[in-house]
Design a protein around this ligand. Structure first.
Ligand SMILES: Nc1ncnc2c1ncn2[C@@H]1O[C@H](COP(=O)(O)OP(=O)(O)OP(=O)(O)O)[C@@H](O)[C@H]1O
Ligand SMILES: [Mg+2]
Length: 284
């Protein structure tokens, strides 16, 4: 299990919560100006002669410390929106302020720095390098960070893996790990630069029920204990209820934006969930 979090393992010793953030339990975030503010964001893909209007004017504020489930039918624009928030793509029109900065006008180098230092990404398909150990996979983002020695890189990557419960599997390659363990490696890689924002696009899409909730437990811990702001795309209504706020897209627009009144606790749900044991292991 990953209860290293409970022991307070921190990857850098730095506090991920931006300065000036103050808890606001009523709104599920913190007071002050939003971490993310988008206005009338559009993204149109040109496919030959056809224009695909993936986002048709999204306006949303996300406060620091928020935890949002982003839901909606396939094709409604969720991944397009996440790619824009993650500075992986440019909007066709509209405004995107990240921590008050208009990132639409950033240079490629500035965007790369924001992606590397402020944002962590987790995807459904893990996206790990196959013939590389868990430790080396997690070290990767630090290769692009200036002034981090090899020794510090390894120490921070090991701490990140320890913090998601994989401290004993540092040398394992992805094909020697279960799906849940691979996703934890991906989360450790997303955390190693101590981001303020975690973007997770269907991170539990390839995982069974219990493993999904174990991954969500990590996210809830990161949100409540380290103040990391999280946007989680999911198709599963049950999983959506572990966030503080629900945003739904339809046809490239926000159609629902409401607080989740009874936020579920992954830790409590896991405690009463039976652990399925493989038959051959049970027989031993
Ligand atoms: N690179 C692209 N080029 C052209 N069209 C695209 C591209 N990416 C997405 N689209 C189109 O934009 C629309 C929104 O796609 P998007 O991937 O954002 O939806 P989604 O809500 O993430 O769906 P899913 O739940 O299936 O992942 C769809 O019509 C899709 O076909
Ligand atoms: Mg998608």
């Amino acid at each position: 299990m990953w209860h290293a979090y409970a022991r307070g393992v921190d990857i850098t010793g730095a506090n991920a919560r931006p300065e000036g953030g103050r808890d606001c339990h009523a709104c599920g975030g913190t007071s002050g100006s939003p971490l993310i503010s988008v206005r009338n964001l559009t993204r149109t893909y040109q496919m030959g002669d056809v224009q695909v209007r993936a986002l048709r004017g999204v306006s949303l504020d996300v406060m620091s410390g928020d935890f949002i489930s982003l839901t909606g039918p396939s094709g409604s624009g969720k991944s397009t929106f996440m790619n824009l928030l993650g500075c992986l793509d440019h909007p066709t029109s509209g405004v995107y302020l990240l921590n008050g900065r208009d990132v639409a006008h950033f240079s490629r180098e500035q965007l790369a720095r924001v992606r590397n230092q402020e944002i962590g990404f987790v995807f459904q398909g893990f996206h790990l390098l196959p013939r590389t150990s868990a430790l080396e996979n997690v070290e990767l983002p630090l290769l692009y960070a200036a002034g981090v020695s090899g020794r510090e890189r390894r120490a921070r990557a090991a701490a990140a893996l320890e913090s998601v419960g994989l401290g004993t599997l540092l040398r394992h390659h992805p094909n020697q790990l279960s799906g849940g363990q691979q996703q934890r490696v991906a989360i450790a890689r997303a955390l190693v630069n101590n981001p303020i924002l975690l973007l997770a696009d269907e991170p539990t899409g390839n995982l069974d029920s219990r493993t999904s909730i174990e991954v969500i437990e990590i996210f809830q811990h990161l949100n409540t204990e380290r103040g990391i702001t999280i946007l989680l795309v999911t198709h599963e209504p049950d999983i959506a209820e572990y966030a503080r706020r629900l945003v739904s897209f339809r046809d490239g627009r926000v159609c629902v934006d409401r607080p989740i009144v009874n936020q579920r606790s992954a830790h409590s749900d896991l405690a009463v969930m039976p652990v399925e044991v493989e038959p051959e292991l049970a027989a031993v």
